[in-house]
Design a protein around this ligand. Structure first.
Ligand SMILES: Nc1ncnc2c1ncn2[C@@H]1O[C@H](COP(=O)(O)OP(=O)(O)O)[C@@H](O)[C@H]1O
Ligand SMILES: [Mg+2]
Length: 367
């Protein structure tokens, strides 16, 4: 069975590595195996610490984490190959996004750092591994993010439909697929699950608010919502991208959230997330009639309910209606980007990232 690619990603939620074995042809994307490979809990703790306290993270620590994350990605690749019943000979390449520990696209010397040593993955699996997808786009003047819109366009960009694809990971990003010839755009709207997760972890000792049930019990605090909405990122014009550097517990405590009932804060954060996404869609894609949601946030019923309420003229569905399970869209995108790289085809969309030109994304690490 030829033409199989593996996609690996751990997003900003750091809830674990998503792994897929996928094949792409004229009829779309077919997933041959999928799995979610958790990080060992001490590694996750160290990663969260490194991301939250960058100035307190030594080169030695980053080196150690790079290797440790690489081993986990290798193991995720081996596990998904076993699940699919294929050996290294049957896989064309692995596309490994790695784990972002820092994303600074607007710095004087911009960079975006993903760790998870690709040589460990290539040598441990025997499969060529494409990694470091963001650097070339940044070198060409782009944000290095988001990178999934070209895949969204390829898969969901049926002409004649005003569609938006919304990925709700730790951060939320949209891909605007206008009808006709309008250039595809896409950008990070701001928080996805991250504020909801952090607030839930702080008050309920659980990693996330299942189904948004806790948020659904609270009442939105309007004055707090106004304060949160006045953050300048929400006013910025695309291209723009963000990360946990901008949206974290400190961001919340700086805005006096501790003054309110925790579950009302959760309801407010849920509304903030829904409203910032909906406002951007209304501003930059007012003709949108179909919204396809993917990422873990697709399981948050309260968030989807608030989204639909803020977008009365849009049908809110998950990517499942268009044939791809919302849990695996991002991992499939990196398998697809690896395919592009192996075929020496460009992977970025300058209309999305702001890069000066199309470039090939990622470096190939031979086994
Ligand atoms: N059943 C659920 N109910 C509510 N939220 C969920 C559920 N399942 C997953 N999530 C949310 O999705 C997040 C993981 O989403 P994911 O797309 O993997 O994000 P990332 O790309 O940042 O890793 C979790 O941290 C959680 O907030
Ligand atoms: Mg994840």
């Amino acid at each position: 069975m030829a033409n199989l690619y593996i996609g690996l990603i751990s997003g900003t939620s750091m809830d674990g590595i998503d792994a897929v074995v996928a094949r792409f042809d004229e009829s779309g994307a077919k997933l041959h195996a999928t799995l979610s490979h958790p990080y060992p809990s001490p590694l996750r703790t160290d990663l969260v610490h490194a991301v939250s306290n960058p100035s307190d993270c030594s080169v030695d620590e980053i080196g150690l984490l790079d290797g440790w994350v690489g081993e986990c990605f290798r193991d995720a690749a081996l596990a998904v190959m076993e699940e699919a019943g294929v050996s290294a000979d049957g896989i064309e390449a692995i596309g490994s996004h790695g784990q972002t520990i820092r994303h600074q696209p607007d710095a004087v010397r911009p960079f975006s750092m993903q760790i998870g040593d690709p040589s460990i993955i290539a040598q441990g699996t025997g499969v060529a591994t494409v990694a470091d997808f963001r650097r070339a786009d940044i070198a060409a003047g782009g944000q290095g993010a988001p990178l999934t819109p070209p895949f969204h366009r390829w898969l969901f960009g049926t002409t004649g439909k005003n569609r938006v694809v919304l990925n709700i990971g730790g951060i939320a990003n949209v891909t605007i697929l206008g009808a006709g010839d309008a250039a595809v755009t896409g950008f990070d709207t701001g928080p996805g699950n991250t504020l909801l997760d952090r607030w839930t972890a702080k008050h309920r000792q659980e990693p996330f608010d299942r189904g948004g049930a806790w948020a659904a019990k609270g009442t939105v605090v309007e004055e707090l919502l106004e304060k949160l909405l006045s953050f300048d990122y929400f006013e910025r014009q695309p291209p723009k991208s963000t990360g946990l550097e901008d949206f974290n517990l400190e961001w919340l405590t700086d805005r006096d959230v501790l003054d309110y009932e925790p579950r009302d804060v959760q309801a407010t954060l849920c509304e903030l997330t829904a409203q910032t996404i909906a406002d951007d869609i209304k501003r930059y894609a007012p003709e949108t009639r179909e919204l396809f949601v993917c990422g873990g946030g697709a399981h948050n019923a309260e968030l989807l309910r608030r989204l639909a309420r803020n977008l009365p003229e849009t049908v809110v569905e998950t990517t499942a209606v268009a044939g791809l399970d919302p849990d695996w869209v991002e991992a499939a995108a990196f398998a697809w980007l690896a395919m592009r790289r192996m075929k020496n085809q460009p992977g970025n969309l300058p209309s999305v990232t702001g890069a000066s030109r199309k470039v090939m994304l990622g470096a190939i690490h031979s086994p």
